[in-house]
Structure formats: C-alpha cells, structure tokens
Design a binder for this molecule. Structure first.
Ligand code: HEM
Length: 518
C-alpha cells in the first residue's frame, strides 16, 4: 500500500499512486485532444498561437484582460492577414471581403458570439435586435422600427439632443469653470446616457444633474459588457453562468434599466409623464408605440421594452467611447485642436448661444475628418464581428476555399489599420488622411476615400449594420462643434497616455482637462 491522503470530513481516502495515475491519464487525454484537434482541422494550415488551434479558452483569457485589440494586432503583424484564433475561428484582415460578407442578404449569419447579451424570461432565452442570429426573426424585429433610425427618422430628435448638450455645458460651467480639473471621460459617459434617456423617454436619466453614477447602472453596464466580451469566445458558457435557470452566476443584470423602461412605458400609457413629454417633440417611446399600433399581430409590450433597452445598452457606451477618442486626440495634438477652432471660427460659430445644428456641424470638413479618424483609430467595437461561412463554402483572396460553418472574424480595429488601404502611417492619428491632399487629383482622392470607406467596419455592415449610426453621429458632431466653439479646453498632462480597456466596447479612462469660456 502506498501513502494514503485522507480528505477530512468526507471520509474519502486516496492512494498516492492512484492520484499520480489520474494526473498522468488527464495529461495524456489533454495532449491527445490538443494534437488531435491540431491535425484534424481543415484550418490547420493557417498560422496562429498553438493553444488557439485547440481551445477557445486561449482567446477568452486574452479578451478577459481587456487588451484583445493589441493582441490581435500583434498577431496580424506577425502572421499576416489570416490568423487562427480558435479551433474553428480565423481572424482576417481582408477589406476586400467586407462587401461579400456583410451583405444585405444576410446569408453570412452572425455567430452565437453575441448571444450572451440576451435575457432569460421564464426559463427561455429572449434575444434582442442585436443578439438575434436567426435572419427571419431579426428582420421581423427590425422592420417595424428601422425607419425611425434613418437620417430622416433621427432628424426630429435634434431638440432632445439640444436640451442635453445645453445641460452638459451648464453643468461643466457650473462645476469646473474657471480652471478646475475634471475627468472628461466620466462626463462624456453621463452625457451619452442622458442623451439616450432623453431621445427615448423625453427625460434624461439623471447622470449630468447628479454628476455621478448615482444608481450604479453605469458600473453594472461595465461589468455586463466585460462579461459579454468574454462570452463571445465560448458562448455556451453563458448557458451555465448567466442563463442558468437554477443558480445564476452572471454579471449584475440590467434590472435597473429594465425597471426604467417598464415604468416609462406604463407612465406613457397612463399619460402620467406629460410634465416632460410632449407630442410635439416625439421620442422613441412614441415611435415604438406607433410601431405596435401599426403591427398589432407582431409587436407587443415586451417587444417595446426590448427596443427601449437596446437603445440604452447599445447606444450610450458605444457613442461615449467614440466621443472620448475624438476629444483625447484633438486635445493631445494642439495643431488638431487649433485647426478645428479655426474652422469653427471661419464658419462664424464662435461662442454659440445654443447647440450647433447638426447640419451645420456635419458640413465642417475638418470636424468630419476628425470624427472619421477617431472611429478608425479606436472603433466603438474593437472585438471581432463573427460570421459563419454560408453553405457552399467561401473562397479567400488566397484562393483557398473555407468549408461551410467556419467562423470568420472581422475586427474593425484591424481592418481600420490596413496599411494598403489607409497608408503606411495607419497606426497614427491623422485626420488629414480623410481630406484631399495637396497635389492629389480629384479622381485619386475619390478612389482613396472610397477604399477607406469600404474598409471601415466601425458601424458593421449589411443587414446587421448598426441601427443607431445616425443617432450616434448626430450626438458626436453636435457636441464637439459646440464645445470647441464655446470653450478653451486644455489637457492636464498631454504626455500621459490614457488607459483603454477593450471590453465589448472600449472603455477609456484618464482624460483630465481644464476648461475656460472663450
Ligand atoms: C459611435 C457609436 C456606435 C458604434 C461605433 C456602434 C457600432 C456598432 C457595430 C460595429 C455594430 C455591428 C455589430 C455586429 O455586426 O455584430 C452595431 C450594431 C448595432 N448597434 Fe451600434 N454602434 C454605435 C451606436 C449605436 C446606437 C446609438 C445605437 C442605438 C440604438 C446602436 C444600436 C445598435 C444595434 C441595435 C445593433 C444591431 C443591429 C442589427 O443587428 O440589426 N448602436 N453597432
């Protein structure tokens, strides 16, 4: 008999040689599994880290560290345009494939990687406009409301945004002028969440007024997004964790936001929110009720709550991430800020008494270049957008055919840095790349611009393109133009890099500024 290990309390005893034997058998099994999956996969010819070929845990580990964009960038620099990042997943840097994959037909289906951002209702998982992967169900959910997010659909929302931009400026002036340093990152978050509240319910959610995450929603959202980002790697895990009907082990739920959505819906039906809501300036809740009335057989109140929630969950942090990038780079590079200021002055927009109209802001070429460059250098989604290869397989630019159901991952962060499209300085922040260069012919510029636009996946593409794009852009252009027109803003420490945590949406921290009125 060898040495025995006794587990107190359980009355179990293990023989030392049995333990060693079990460890050895487990190691052998793991090795056989790793080697087996390495040699048996049709993707074995594609380069990538050894562990990534056998398990998605490798990717999950890196995504959980919040620096996936840097890891995948390094891997593409090392291996080239194709990197195997999972047993059945390859990440590709082929802008020429975007039009084929992100098409209107939707035959390249979204993978289950987005399923975690759903809810469990009475034991059933309920998907939303973002996480629904079934093309027919997705179309049914999108059709009744798509028109409210088109450029014409968002135009009537401008007064709602004006109200919040005015409040944003008032709060900053009251609290920080003259010259008191504050973190612009936090205030941008309060701004975008309040805009979403106001365009959706005609009432801000209250973060600007309170100057803090008073109800914990913002920090809950951060934790939920961290969780979603990890579940993109092994979506099945979510069934055991957050969607476990017996014992839920997930991130904090969106109970607060769900409560807000339900309460506002009930208040609207009862006419109890007339203190802030007027039919003259309709909001999304009005539109969703209109959609229900027009489609009584397919739209019910649960659907309305789902649409309301998606506005908040998908609309605020994405826009905040992009807006922070605009300000960070404009403030870090004094020549960018000064060129922007000159453009605003030349357009007679200095010290505007009210928020600058979207149409005016959109017509400023340098501001436009700045926003495009910010969306390029750090896209609001910097994880891979995954699609299944459809029946019949797919041919890569290399000539290789990929079998049906292989997962192709397109990371906007990578595609937006493609040197063939964006130039050798693609890693640098340079808004001028979006403008016609000196000596460049109109035709050359037009074709260069088209190539850059075609490679830009910052809002996704095709049938699953971002529904909130026009709303997000309106928020961004208007507030940047208004702030630059009104204030002198200086970054506290221009040499200090900020911190970027790449969650489902990138989260930046550390943009300390001081402001003065112009
Ligand atoms: C600058 C801000 C934003 C960025 C960078 C952004 C980015 C994206 C991207 C890349 C996708 C495609 C995801 C995929 O293919 O898997 C997407 C989809 C989506 N976005 Fe946005 N988004 C922004 C703002 C918004 C806003 C304001 C809303 C508010 C409604 C929104 C709602 C959605 C929805 C519902 C989808 C799924 C659309 C579908 O599958 O039909 N987004 N977004």
């Amino acid at each position: 008999m060898g040495n025995e290990t006794i587990v107190p309390g359980l009355g179990l005893s293990f023989n030392e040689s049995t333990i060693k034997g079990s460890i050895f058998a487990t190691l052998v099994a793991i090795t056989i599994f790793l080697v087996g999956s390495y040699f048996s996969s049709p993707l074995r010819r594609y380069p990538g880290p050894f562990l990534a070929r056998s398990t998605n845990l490798w990717r999950l580990y890196h995504v959980s560290r919040g620096n996936w964009h840097l890891v995948i960038d390094r891997l593409h620099k090392k291996y080239g345009p194709i990197v195997r990042i999972g047993p059945n997943v390859i990440d590709v840097d082929y802008p020429e494939l975007i039009k084929t994959v992100f098409n209107i037909k939707g035959d390249w289906k979204k993978t289950e990687s987005v399923h975690a951002s759903s809810v469990l209702v009475e034991g059933h998982i309920v998907y939303n406009l973002f996480s629904e992967t079934n093309a027919e169900k997705h179309a049914r959910e999108k059709k009744p409301i798509a028109k409210y997010y088109s450029p014409n659909g968002v135009a009537p929302l401008e007064p709602h945004m004006d109200k919040i931009i005015t409040q944003f400026c008032d709060e900053l002036e009251k609290r920080f002028i003259p010259g008191k340093p504050f973190d612009l990152c936090d205030w941008i978050t309060y701004y975008t969440w309040d805009v979403v509240g106001n365009v959706t319910f005609s009432e801000p959610l209250g973060y600007l007024a309170q100057g803090r995450d008073f109800d914990g929603t913002l920090s809950n959202a951060e934790k939920a997004l961290d969780y979603f980002s990890m579940m993109t790697c092994i979506p099945r895990l979510d069934h055991w964790l957050d969607k476990n009907p017996i014992f839920r082990i997930g991130p904090p739920g969106f109970g607060g936001i769900t409560g807000v959505a339900i309460n506002r819906l009930v208040a609207r039906y009862q006419g109890a929110d007339t203190a802030h809501h007027s039919a003259d300036t309709p909001d999304y809740l009005d539109k969703f009720i209109e959609a229900k009335n027009a489609n009584p057989d397919t739209v019910n109140d649960n659907q309305i709550v789902s649409w309301l929630m998606i506005n908040m969950i998908a609309g605020a942090d994405t826009t905040a991430a992009s807006l922070r990038t605009v300000f960070y780079h404009a403030l870090r590079n004094p020549q960018i800020w000064s060129r922007l200021r000159s453009e605003i002055s030349a357009a007679a927009l200095d010290r505007p008494s009210s928020p600058i109209p979207y149409k005016t802001a959109r017509a400023l070429p340098y501001l436009d270049a700045l926003v495009r460059e910010a969306l390029r250098i750090l896209p609001g989604v910097s994880l891979g957008l995954e699609r299944y290869v459809p029946p019949g397989g797919a041919v890569l630019p290399t000539g290789d055919t990929l079998p049906q159901d292989t997962v192709l991952s397109f990371n906007p962060y990578i595609l937006c840095r493609n040197k063939e499209v964006f130039g050798e300085d693609a890693d640098e922040f340079r808004p001028e790349r979006w403008l016609r260069a000196e000596g460049e012919t109109e035709e050359t510029f037009a074709s260069r611009l088209r190539a850059m636009q075609d490679a830009d996946l910052s809002f996704g593409g095709g049938s699953r393109t971002c529904i909130g794009k026009h709303m997000a852009l309106m928020q961004v252009y208007k507030v940047v133009a208004t702030v630059v027109g009104r204030y002198e803003v200086v970054m506290e420490d221009r040499d200090r890099e900020w911190e970027v945590v790449n969650s489902w949406f990138p989260r930046q921290k550390g943009l300390k500024v001081r402001m003065e009125k112009r």
